[in-house]
Design a protein around this ligand. Structure first.
Ligand code: PMP
Ligand code: GLN
Length: 380
């Protein structure tokens, strides 16, 4: 096979979900909710199929969904976009990330990514022929060190690939950090791809701020969202890109030859869901926050060092207080020993030392299942 596949192997999510099935484990590995998103959304998709939304939708997405994405950005962030030229519907955020990298990275260009990084970033950068340059978010705070970010920029840097709220650390980038990113991007004329799929999953008094809201970013930001997390339908794969007309046209040019289009009956359903009242978004956040607390407290009682996340639906823990040192060994042994599956965060680091003792647990699960996992983990 081609060199660009080197090191990609099988995604950890497939490996660990297969292991969960094979061992009958509670799967707190791959991040997917065990409750499907709002009834109205599910009914709308069924109705759309019956009404004939089964053929290719328009290349950039159906007008109703593009308008709903625009309205959502206006409502939550006071960002204004033109639905015809500044929005693209994609096959999940995954395709948006890949298409954005293909659109902006030349072979040999450097792409700075915050590590630990979501695994498709590495693949997307490799497919574009780019070089991945990690900037490490270090436990326990997982803050972005702006000096390290600045030091990572070279004349070959083309793209900054950021993610807030951040998977797997749960970091929500602050105003200061986002300003720092903006300043660097403007100074070095960089494109910033910002993966904001967890925009609505932010807890306590933390707040998600889209990078696109900063002055100077409108023409250089590729903003990415997804219905998967916000509406608990990860298998629907409806994502989107917003940005300047030039940015969106570039991403569209790549995207049209990856999948062209997808998700015809899901698009009208997601359009309606984006217009749900604030009570929906508040309830989602409140439910997940209490599940975060349940799992975080339980893991802490079991002896893990818990890094309580500000956002996303993942908790990371340090396993060293339990006498373990390597998260890959730990996660391979865990299902057999306890009947629980988790993700070794180490695989999302180039700098393996920084990630070696870290394990990620998904809490987007029913309380009974989280309790069951905690009970099983007592066998550790
Ligand atoms: N970005 C991040 C940070 C994610 O955690 C995920 C996935 N689960 C994605 C992108 C992919 O989103 P989608 O399922 O919409 O492709
Ligand atoms: N984004 C989810 C996670 O981080 C699922 C990823 C996947 O299955 N590719 O667990």
């Amino acid at each position: 096979h081609a060199e660009r596949l080197n090191g990609l192997g099988t995604t950890i999510f497939a490996e660990m979900s297969a292991l969960a099935v094979a061992t009958g484990s509670v799967n707190l590995g791959q991040g997917f909710p065990d409750t499907d998103g709002p009834d109205s959304l599910l009914e709308d998709a069924i109705a759309a199929i019956r009404a004939g939304a089964n053929q290719y939708p328009p290349g950039r997405g159906i007008p109703a969904l593009r308008q709903a994405i625009v309205d959502h950005q206006k409502r939550f962030y006071d960002l204004s976009y033109d639905p015809d030229t500044q929005v693209l519907v994609t096959t999940g955020a995954t395709e948006a990330i890949a298409a954005a990298l293909l659109a902006f990275v030349e072979p040999g260009d450097e792409v700075i990514a915050l590590e630990p990084y979501y695994d498709s970033y590495a693949a997307g950068i490799a497919f574009a022929g780019g070089r991945r340059i990690p900037v490490t978010l270090r436990a326990p705070s997982y803050r972005l060190d702006l000096d390290e970010l600045r030091a990572a920029v070279t004349p070959r840097t083309k793209v900054l690939l950021i993610n807030t709220p951040h998977n797997p650390t749960g970091t929500v980038l602050t105003d200061d950090e986002l300003r720092g990113i903006r300043d660097l991007a403007v100074e070095h004329d960089l494109v910033v791809i910002t993966d904001e799929v967890y925009e609505h999953l932010v807890y306590d008094d933390h707040r998600h701020i889209p990078l696109a809201t900063y002055e100077g970013m409108a023409d250089r930001t590729v903003s990415i969202g997804s219905a998967g997390k916000t509406f608990s339908v990860t298998g629907w794969k409806i994502g989107w890109v917003t940005g300047s007309p030039e940015v969106v046209t570039a991403v569209t040019t790549a995207k049209q030859f990856l999948t062209y289009v997808s998700g015809s009956p899901f698009q009208p359903a997601v359009a309606n869901a984006l217009a749900l009242g604030n009570d929906y978004f508040n309830a989602l956040r409140a439910t997940l926050q209490s599940r975060r607390d349940l799992l975080a407290n339980g893991l802490s009682d079991l002896g893990f060092e818990v890094h309580r996340p500000a956002g996303t639906y993942f908790i990371t823990t340090d396993i060293r207080p339990l006498g373990h040192t390597d998260s890959i060994d730990f996660c391979r042994l865990l299902p057999e020993r306890t009947g629980v599956v988790a993700i070794p965060t180490q695989v999302f680091y180039d700098n393996k030392e920084a990630g070696r003792p870290l394990v990620r647990w998904a809490f987007c699960k029913k309380e009974e299942l989280l309790q069951e996992a905690l009970t099983r983990l007592q066998k550790l």
